[in-house]
Each structure stands twice: as structure tokens, then as C-alpha cells.
Ligand binder design. Structure first.
Ligand SMILES: Nc1nc2c(c(=O)[nH]1)N[C@H]1C(S)=C(S)[C@@H](COP(=O)(O)O)O[C@H]1N2
Ligand SMILES: [Mo]
Length: 301
């Protein structure tokens, strides 16, 4: 299947940011020379995107378990021990169990995916993730016919997470997706950034990435995945149901009660931060709009 957003380059093809940028230039040059919009495994849409620097992606973070400041996670998350790492998969699955991260990795195909990333706070980045499709992991566990939702849970380690002594959120951080959202081929379990192992502050060793939804849906450092029949509770919705809904699809026409969602600040664009218009479903409307056919997106925010 040739998805426009799908980059078929594998983990090993990406070494560091410099090599990554060189490769982009090469591909852009080749594309220009041949008068093509896209070349090989590099989809047209990915070429349009200017990836945010590794530095910005890994130092400007939201990971409240390590503090609520944007610079807190990079300062504090080194205390998180990610080896060994177990992920419990349970609920409505044929093969429930405690899966070791290494065993999961041995069975999954890691790809590079260059995605827009839009936080509900109206800032955005472009991140070259490495990861595998959540659909493949769910297939490994064997989803049963009664399952309608997928619930996710972050590790809760008071000894390693200085932020969880503050009741900012009801810990552990939890999130959820409808099963069709979870098995959509865009939905990624990220294990790397720019071809390097994902840093702790970005959610090591394994975090969700749902590029058409606000960033808080993309839960970090996952220890449990549960298939359920009913809509699972989600952290930000529990904290403030009026401001944060279960769906949280990026939508420039549905404002946050306290600010506009029509535009976004582009992280890394320098001293005079550039703003750009926010796109419906964060630019992934062609791929995901059909998931919400007939749904009132204002009521189901
Ligand atoms: N466990 C957990 N996951 C989390 C968060 C968090 O505080 N804790 N913050 C969310 C929010 S609000 C955003 S915008 C993204 C930020 O991801 P990044 O730091 O990799 O950019 O992570 C999301 N996942
Ligand atoms: Mo966010």
C-alpha cells in the first residue's frame, strides 16, 4: 500500500540530524531535477514538512510527571529507568500478558514517519518519528470482537518522577482511543526520533503518536494497553471535561474555551516566532475524516 504520508525508509537508514538533512536535500534535488513532486519512499507530503530540530524536539516538552515547565522534562527525566520495560496488554484480547519491550520490538517493523505535531496549547512541531503501527501490536495480542476502545496507561514511579507528588493530574496519566482510531495506519507507537532511541523526556521507551489529535492524546512511557467495550477515562478530560474532550481532534473551527485554535506558533522558528494556520485534523483530513462521518465535531470535541 502506498500511502502518501508513509515513508518507507527504515531505522537504519537514518543516523543523525545532519545525515537526515543531507538526505532530504538529496531527495529534494532529485525531485527538482526530474520534475517530480515526490521520489521513492519519500511522500510528497513529508517533503513539504520542515522537520523541527532535534534540539527543540527534545528540550521543549510536556511531560508533567517530570514537572510542568517546558524545560523540566529534559532536566528531570534522566531518572526514569527504561530497562527492563514491560507492557501489560489485557482486557478483550486473545493473548493477554506482560510483554517485554525487546520482545515487542523483535516482532514489529520500525519505520520513519514524519508527522506534524500540534499541542492543544497552540504550538506545533514537525517530528521525524521512528516507530511501528499500533495496529500491528494489537494484532499480535489478538483483539476480540467485543472490543470497541483502547485504553493506555503511563508508568507511575514516584521515586523516579518528581512531578507526581503534585496533584496536577490524577496519576497515572491515562488516555484512550476508539478502536478504529487505534488501528488506523497513521497511529504510531514511537520508539525513536531522528533515528535515535526516543529520549526519556519524549516518552521512552514507547509512546503513542496520533498526529491528527492534540498532543495530549499521545501518551508517553506506556506500561499498559487495555482493550475495552466502553470509552475509557482520559487524564485531561478528568481534570477539566469542559476544556478537553475524549476525541480532541485538531480542529481550527472549534476553539478552546480560553483561546483560539485557528492558528499555531511554530516551535524553532526563531526570535519572532512564526505562526501558521492550523489545519483540519492537523492536515490529515484526507486520511482520517471518514472516521468521523456524520459526527458533530463541535459536540464531540
Ligand atoms: N504521560 C504523559 N504523557 C504525555 C504528557 C504528560 O504530561 N504525561 N503530555 C502530553 C502533551 S500535553 C503533549 S503536547 C505531548 C508532548 O510530547 P513531546 O514532549 O514529545 O513534544 O505529550 C503528551 N503525552
Ligand atoms: Mo499538549
Amino acid at each position: 500500500m502506498a500511502y502518501r504520508w508513509k515513508n518507507t525508509l527504515r531505522d537504519k537508514d537514518v543516523t543523525d540530524e545532519a545525515a537526515f538533512l543531507n538526505r532530504r536535500q538529496l531527495m529534494a534535488g532529485a525531485a527538482a531535477g526530474m520534475g517530480l513532486a515526490g521520489v521513492g519512499g519519500m511522500p510528497a507530503r513529508a517533503q513539504d514538512l520542515e522537520p523541527t530540530s532535534y534540539e527543540d524536539i527534545t528540550t521543549y516538552n510536556n511531560y508533567y510527571e517530570f514537572g510542568t515547565g517546558k524545560g523540566d522534562p529534559v532536566k528531570n527525566a534522566h531518572t526514569l529507568t527504561t530497562q527492563p520495560w514491560m507492557v501489560k496488554i489485557d482486557g478483550l484480547v486473545d493473548r493477554p500478558g506482560d510483554y517485554a519491550f525487546e520482545d515487542i520490538m523483535a516482532r514489529m517493523t520500525v519505520e520513519e514517519r514524519i508527522y506534524r505535531f500540534r499541542c492543544v496549547e497552540a504550538w506545533s512541531m514537525v517530528v521525524p518519528w521512528n516507530g511501528f503501527e499500533l495496529a500491528d501490536l494489537l494484532e499480535m495480542a489478538g483483539v476480540q470482537s467485543g472490543a470497541k476502545y483502547v485504553a493506555f496507561e503511563t508508568a507511575l514511579r514516584p521515586d523516579e518522577m518528581p512531578g507526581v507528588k503534585y496533584p496536577v493530574l490524577d496519576w497515572p496519566y491515562v488516555e484512550g482511543l476508539r478502536l478504529d482510531e487505534a488501528t488506523h495506519p497513521l497511529t504510531l507507537m514511537a520508539t525513536g526520533i531522528y533515528g535515535k532511541e526516543i529520549p526519556n523526556q519524549n516518552g521512552a521507551p514507547l509512546r503513542l503518536v496520533v498526529p491528527w489529535k492534540y498532543g495530549f492524546k499521545s501518551i508517553k512511557s506506556i506500561v499498559r494497553i487495555t482493550l475495552t467495550e466502553t470509552e475509557p477515562p482520559t487524564s485531561w478530560n478528568k481534570a477539566n471535561a469542559r476544556e478537553y474532550g475524549f476525541y480532541s481532534n485538531v480542529n481550527p473551527d472549534v476553539d478552546h474555551p480560553r483561546w483560539s485554535q485557528a492558528s499555531e506558533r511554530v516551535i524553532g522558528s526563531g526570535l519572532f516566532a512564526r505562526r501558521q494556520d492550523t489545519l483540519m485534523f492537523n492536515g490529515y483530513d484526507e486520511e482520517v475524516a471518514s472516521l468521523y462521518d456524520g459526527m458533530d465535531l463541535k459536540a464531540n470535541f
